[in-house]
Ligand binder design. Structure first.
Ligand code: CP
Length: 310
C-alpha cells in the first residue's frame, strides 16, 4: 500500500512504494487489453484535473484512468475558469475540497505548487508536472515500460539526452531509476545541463557516443522552447546535427536490443530521427499505454490509503 495522502514526486517516494505502484500498474495494463474497460475500484469517487499548462497525454490519461475504474471526472481548463478572475491556487483548492472531491491531479508552471495545494486540501493531490521540478507519473510510466520490456530495472543502463535543464521528466526518472538500481547517464549541450545534477546521482557524458555506449534504454527529451529565455543553442537544426540521437550512433554504441523512449510530445527530427521514433525498438506508444495503467494504479492505491487512514 502507498503510505501517503498525495503523490508529489519520486524524491520522497521509497523504492518499495515505487515497486508497489509498478506491480499494481502491471495488473492495470492487463485490464486495458479488454475492449470494455468498466471496473469498479473507484465507484462513486471524484477526480478533478486542474491543469495550468497544456497537456495531451497526462491530462487525458488521468481522465481515462479514473473513468475506467468507475470514478466521476471533471476537467478544469484554467484558461476558462475563475483563475482568470484572479482566484488563487489555494482558494481554488478550497473550492474543490468543498465539493468533496477525492483527488486533484494538477499541472502548474511553478515548482512546488502541488505541494502547496496538498497542504491546503483534504483531497489527495497528484503532481502532473510542476515547472522544472518533477513529473512523477511520467517517470513511473517510463519505468513500467522498461520493467515490462527487460523484466527488471536493477542494473539497466539508461541514457537520457536532450533538454535536461528544463526537464521535470529527467529529474523524476533520475530519482526513481536510481532508487531501483539503474545507472543513469545524461548528455546535452553544457547550457542545458543543470548545475549539480551529478550530485543527484547522474553520470554526465562528454559526447552522444559516450552517453549511449552500452545503454539498454536511450531516452530523448523534448527541447522546451517555451521555458527557454533564448541563446542556449544556435538553432534547432544545429541542435539536431550535434546533439540529436541518430540511428547510426544507436546501432554502433547501444546495447543489443536497446529500446528508444521519449515522454512526448516529440519534435520529430530534432531529439530523435523519425526512423527511431517509428522503428521496431521504439517504446513510445507503449509508454502512452503505460501512462493510463500507472495513473489507474496511483488512484487505486491512494484511494486505499484514504479509506484506511483519513
Ligand atoms: N509527457 C507529457 O507530460 O505529455 P503531455 O504534456 O502531453 O501531458
Amino acid at each position: 500500500m502507498l503510505n501517503k495522502k498525495d503523490l508529489l514526486g519520486l524524491y520522497d517516494t521509497s523504492a518499495e512504494e515505487i515497486d508497489e505502484i509498478l506491480t499494481v500498474a502491471e495488473e492495470m495494463k492487463a485490464l486495458l487489453q479488454s475492449p470494455v474497460k468498466q471496473y469498479n475500484q473507484l465507484d462513486g469517487r471524484a477526480l478533478v484535473t486542474l491543469f495550468y499548462e497544456n497537456s495531451t497525454r497526462t491530462r487525458c490519461s488521468f481522465e481515462l484512468a479514473a473513468k475506467y475504474l468507475g470514478a466521476n471526472v471533471v476537467n478544469i481548463a484554467t484558461a476558462s475558469s475563475s483563475v482568470q478572475k484572479g482566484e488563487t491556487l489555494i482558494d481554488t483548492g478550497k473550492t474543490l475540497d468543498a465539493m468533496k472531491v477525492n483527488f486533484i491531479a494538477i499541472r502548474h508552471p511553478m515548482a512546488g505548487a502541488p505541494r502547496l495545494l496538498a497542504k491546503t486540501v483534504k483531497a489527495s493531490v497528484i503532481n502532473g508536472g510542476d515547472g522544472m521540478n518533477e513529473h512523477p507519473t511520467q517517470a513511473l510510466l517510463d519505468m513500467l515500460s522498461m520493467r515490462q520490456h527487460f523484466g527488471k530495472i536493477k542494473g539497466l543502463k539508461v541514457a537520457i539526452l536532450g533538454d535536461i535543464k528544463h526537464s521535470r521528466v529527467a529529474k523524476s526518472n533520475l530519482f526513481g531509476l536510481k532508487k531501483l538500481g539503474a545507472e543513469v547517464t545524461m548528455y546535452a549541450p553544457a547550457t542545458l545541463i543543470p548545475k549539480d545534477i551529478d550530485k543527484m546521482g547522474a553520470k554526465i557524458a562528454k559526447s552522444r557516443e559516450e552517453a549511449i555506449d552500452g545503454a539498454n534504454v536511450v531516452m530523448g527529451l523534448r527541447i522546451q522552447l517555451e521555458r527557454q529565455t533564448g541563446g542556449l543553442f544556435p538553432s534547432l537544426s544545429e541542435y539536431s546535427k550535434f546533439y540529436g540521437v541518430k540511428d547510426e550512433i544507436v546501432q554502433k554504441y547501444a546495447a543489443k536490443n536497446a529500446i528508444i523512449m521519449h515522454p512526448g510530445p516529440v519534435n520529430r527530427g530534432v531529439e530523435l530521427t523519425p526512423s527511431l521514433i517509428d522503428g521496431q525498438s521504439s517504446r513510445i506508444e507503449d509508454q502512452v499505454t503505460s501512462g493510463v495503467a500507472v495513473r489507474m494504479a496511483i488512484l487505486k492505491l491512494l484511494s486505499e490509503y484514504r479509506e484506511n487512514n483519513l
